[in-house]
Design a binder for this molecule. Structure first.
Ligand code: NDP
Length: 244
């Protein structure tokens, strides 16, 4: 399925590593002009070297005011991927205030905030747009030590649906993808231990974790006109995990 984003401009958060980084590269290959936003400058520098022509923004999305300032300069955006996320794993009885605050700041509040800024600008231009939020299978299934992460992704799923409801009349589509484990830096923290990975793999009908490209392909589909009639969905990219 050939997808072209020629003539469109995309903003990807969490562009420094993992899924976000590969999303930037895929969007660039598909012809989009891309802005990659992340927190670690060295990651953005190496991404810009690898992907000539992209623009980068270095900001901590947990800082609402700094994000607001950074986004004022971002200009036209047609496609937004809210990918940045953190996973702080703690047993329920040991959850700290810091873990709750950081997780909700990045995984929920920054998505709302970045999307507000971008959607306001789309509406002012009377331009259609597409937003994809990177959620997780954890939004819909309880996972050990993932209480805060699960809660943020559950919030993100319903935020996605309300955004789809309110922004649909402005021709802005909003969807989420909900991956199973992907062996990025984040995935390795939670799932490198074979004793944890084994039981999870046993619950995935396709018998493997997702590759980064499995997620990126779903993101590109939901950003593209190939999904022109799709909004408000939470699309599992999970080898069947949530179906069972
Ligand atoms: P990584 O940890 O590999 O990459 C996350 C990226 O987001 C990094 O570049 C990171 O920057 C950036 N980021 C995190 N916090 C902030 C912040 N406050 N401000 C700006 N940038 C920030 O994660 P993945 O690629 O694995 O995850 C991407 C998304 O996919 C997340 O939303 C995650 O919840 C979701 N997901 C991941 C799964 C997995 O198993 N990997 C499974 C299901 C969903 P820095 O390194 O500088 O902090």
């Amino acid at each position: 399925m050939e997808i072209s984003f020629t003539g469109l401009r995309a903003l990807v958060t969490g562009a420094g590593k993992g899924i976000g980084r590969e999303t930037v590269k895929a969007l660039r290959r598909a012809g989009a002009r891309v802005v990659g936003l992340s927190r670690t400058k060295s990651d953005l520098d190496s991404l810009a070297r690898e992907c000539p022509g992209i623009e980068v923004i270095c900001v901590d999305l947990a800082d609402w005011n700094a994000t607001e300032t950074a986004l004022q300069a971002v200009g036209v955006v047609d496609l937004l991927v809210n990918n940045a996320g953190v996973a702080v794993l703690q047993p329920f009885l040991e959850i700290t205030k810091e873990a709750v605050d950081t997780s909700f700041d990045v995984n929920v509040k920054s998505v709302l905030h970045v999307s507000q800024v971008v959607a306001q600008q789309m509406i002012a231009r009377k331009a259609p747009g597409a937003i994809v939020n990177i959620s997780s299978q954890a939004s819909q299934c309880a996972l050990q030590n993932h209480a805060v992460y699960c809660a943020t992704k559950g919030a993100l799923d319903i935020l996605t649906k309300v955004m789809a409801l309110e922004l649909g009349p402005q021709k802005i589509r909003v969807n989420a993808v909900n991956p199973t484990v992907v062996m990025t830096d984040m995935g390795r923290v939670g799932w490198s231990d074979p004793q944890k990975a084994g039981p999870m793999l046993n619950r995935i009908p396709l018998g493997r974790f997702a590759e980064v490209d499995d997620v990126v392909n779903a993101v590109l589909f939901l950003l593209s006109d190939r999904s022109a009639m799709i909004t408000g969905v939470t699309l599992p990219v999970d080898g069947g995990f949530l179906a069972c």
